[in-house]
Design a binder for this molecule. Sequence first.
Ligand SMILES: Cc1ncc(COP(=O)(O)O)c(C=O)c1O
Length: 486
Amino acid sequence: MLDLPIHLDGAIRNQGRQVHAALRAAIVDGLLAPGLTLPSSRDLAAQLGVRRNAIVAAYEHLASDGLIEARHGAGTTVAERLPEPTPPAPAAAPRLAHAPVRARPFLLGQTGTDARLLRRLGGLVRRRIAGATADELGYGDPRGSAHLRAQVAAYLAANRGVRCDPECIAIVSGTQAAIRLCADALLPPGSRVWMEDPGYYATQATLRAAGLRLAPVPVDDAGLDVAAGARRAAGAKAVYVTPSHQFPTGVILAMRRRIELLDWARDSGAWIFEDDYDSEFRYAGPPLTALAGLGSGRVIYIGTFTKTLFASLRLAYVVLPPDVVGRVVAARAAHDRFPARFLQDAVADLIADGTLAAHVRRMRARYREARDATAAALRESAGDALRFTVPEQGLHLLALLPEGVSRATALAIRDAAEVEVRLLSDTQLTPRGPEGFILGFSGFESAALAAAARRIGRAAREIAGGAAQRSPTARRRVRHPTVPLE
Ligand SMILES: Cc1ncc(COP(=O)(O)O)c(C=O)c1O
């Protein structure tokens, strides 16, 4: 009798399934050759110590899989034609290129948790799922929930100076999703796109992934240098800007630049992607009017709930000029269509009953305190090794190192301080000027931020201060530029 090289898996409860799994693996892995005659069900049952009808069931199952053949009078054989043996399964998934970020101070993109808000949102989500109509459980309008679109339109008119028809709004799962969608729908592959330099690394990646070519345009203390863009890449088909709070410098796009940009877009037929990501958190006076509020059919306005609520929600919105709504909506079918409907409706409820506005007011006070704690601790610990302006808006602060301090030194400071900061050079397409740290202050308690700010301030003084003083060339170059700060 042939002893088969198989082992039963005790974790499978049913004997027939155990035998089936063991024989299938042996056949697929090439341990049992095509055409091999298998033992009778009686013999195999004896070899494996299982009931005979478990073997009968397993043979029937393998025959319907096409892995064995039962021939009358000739017994049961392994099928003649089998796929190539599969290589053994990898023990673990391959390591991701991106190291997971650690939730340590100054991680960007982390907002404060607020139990009251989460309870309320949880209740609304439950209600929206439990009470969903057949219509709400289906595919529906590719622009997303009409309820949320109406709430967003009213919010934008009241707070951002953007007047739009809810029919021109599409709900998307984040700012990058909005950019990718519009790029796919509106820009020919290979088009050039002006990109703020320095600028938001996620958008750089999205535009590249969409097959577009980045044209770096410098940012100075009035924001995007429109004349430089026109000189360097006049034929660009689009521009990405953060006019209310340039990422990462914090500069506000000056009115003369706004007008130049709108004129350039109108004359050249280019699209303006306005990323308005943190305007709800302005600490000095009311929010600034959005570029889209100045009125132009060329601005595609993008807002997000990542800062007002939290990043894992994956909800954002895009306001489209009326003449492109059809094209963008058609492109949605090839994307994700829209984020979960019940979530959209629950967030719309949160806006409609005033909960979101109250939450933003509470968080604005918390973030202002976090910003001040961070700034005070940096000022007291860093001496002149870090220079920064306290931001009047947003959830991050840019601290510049003296000129001449390298990226490697900045990384050493980051490691010594055990913080999670992005480097200014991560955002630059063209390396220039001083290195710096982008400190997110919205996701942590003030005491933890102050302690971390003292660590990074001291490390900057010890490592960068020392390096600058030791090198005669660096000593000459230890000065702080006036741009790109506000
Ligand atoms: C410049 C900028 N835009 C947009 C976002 C938000 O992106 P999303 O809506 O994809 O979460 C962020 C978040 O940190 C940001 O820094």
